[in-house]
Design a protein around this ligand. Structure first.
Ligand code: SF4
Length: 397
């Protein structure tokens, strides 16, 4: 609809929707905007005079991570479609640890991104020659990673629709993306229709196939069985899929497999979250690639895990466990044992293998050490060469 001057008519008049629509349409675009911005008004009305700290709209957009400990990551161009929380509420989650101490975690729910700002960025870059800080990255078509400090595919997106809208925008501009999720919403029929196997790599995080422990540690996330079924459905529709065993929690305390001086004479309580038989189960669901990333835990996570499990995970770390930026890590030798054994199982079941070094590699040694284990040395996430629109990674920046 347009007014007598040919200018598009703003159909919204709510306290947030009116301004959002204006922002979205500041740059004329061939992308048809059917998004119902009244969702933001409803959220605003829900809190009335007592708006949550930070407001009902998450202000983030896209970002290129530049921190030292992820400088070599191939997929550090990312976006969260929700901010300030995640209803999956995983006890080991870095974002939960970081935001809880700032009283921003699920206070009281995660809030949706300003999708008008995203539409505005894509229209500016791909339909004008105006300046935009994302232009050089977007024009190189560096894949965008969905999901970092929150899960973009929480089932609440059925109500708020911002992830759904982002997928439509990415499809319209034929833009490649990599999804990190713990939710089977990614294989919902409506969502699959707005995704494109030529553009998308779908990585499902599954740290365990033990349903009870998963419910304990990832209380708001769909079960491992639902996640595996979602992967199978995606594969049947031509999507390139990966299971991320990340965080990978060793079954026994550090040194059990790798330290010749480990005291095996004492009774040990195993932690049956990860299990070696996971690899065979993953292979049965037509997933081509497995990626492993060793757990590291920050102090708040240790507390959350103790509350959930009833015992202290510190017992699983060696006495001299490396502590950086207040997080506990497993030793390089134990990490290598797990990676090599998982890779051997992947070889046995015809799966590709990779590792994620984020959070475990302040010196760059882990990256160098593990790269020979990867099936795809050009891309730890193993999408380059396997998803048609993936022609570059952050290594090109
Ligand atoms: S799904 Fe991801 S972002 Fe959400 S709580 Fe779990 S680890 Fe954190």
């Amino acid at each position: 609809m347009s007014d007598e001057n040919g200018r598009a008519f703003n159909p919204f008049s709510g306290p947030l929707s009116q301004e959002m629509w204006e922002k979205a349409h500041r740059v004329p675009s061939a992308y048809e905007d059917t998004f119902d911005y009244r969702m933001y008004d409803r959220l605003y009305a829900r809190w009335g005079a007592d708006q949550p700290r930070g407001g009902v709209v998450y202000k983030g957009t896209m970002k290129l991570l530049e921190a030292q400990d992820c400088a070599r990551c191939f997929h550090r161009f990312e976006i969260d479609t929700y901010g300030r929380g995640c209803i999956h509420n995983c006890a080991y989650c870095y974002a939960k640890s970081y935001l809880s101490i700032r009283r921003y975690w699920n206070e009281p729910i995660p809030f949706p991104i300003d999708i008008a700002a995203i539409r505005h960025i894509f229209a500016t870059v791909f339909e004008t020659s105006k300046r935009n800080k994302f232009r050089s990255i977007l024009e190189k078509r560096i894949p965008l990673r969905l999901g970092s400090m929150s899960d973009a595919f929480m089932w609440m997106d059925k109500t708020y629709r911002v992830t759904f809208e982002l997928l439509k925008i990415l499809k319209f501009y034929h833009y490649p993306y990599i999804i990190f999720t713990r939710s089977d919403l990614v294989a919902d029929d409506a969502y699959m229709q707005v995704m494109d196997p030529r553009l998308a790599s779908v990585q499902m995080s599954i740290s365990s196939i033990n349903p009870a422990l998963t419910r304990t540690l990832e209380p708001g996330a769909p079960s491992p069985e639902r996640r595996l079924k979602a992967l199978q459905k995606l594969a049947a529709h031509g999507f390139w899929t990966t299971v991320r065993i990340n965080p990978l929690f060793p079954i026994y305390p550090d040194g059990y497999y790798s330290n010749p001086d480990f005291d095996h004479s004492q009774p040990i309580e195993p932690f049956h979250f990860f299990s070696w038989d996971m690899i065979e189960v993953i292979a049965q669901h037509q997933v081509p690639t497995v990626l492993a990333g060793m757990a590291r835990l920050y102090q708040p996570n240790l507390r959350f895990m103790q509350q959930a499990l009833g015992y202290d995970m510190r017992a699983h770390f060696a006495a001299d466990a490396r502590e950086e930026r207040a997080s506990l890590h497993f030793s390089a030798a134990e990490t290598t044992y797990y990676y090599q054994r998982i890779k051997a199982l992947c070889d046995q079941h015809g799966l590709r293998f990779s590792t994620c070094y984020i959070g475990n590699d302040p010196t760059g040694e882990r990256f160098e050490h593990d790269q020979p284990l990867w099936s795809n040395p050009a891309d730890c996430c193993d999408a380059l060469g396997n998803v048609e629109a993936f022609t570059a990674t952050c290594a090109a920046l």
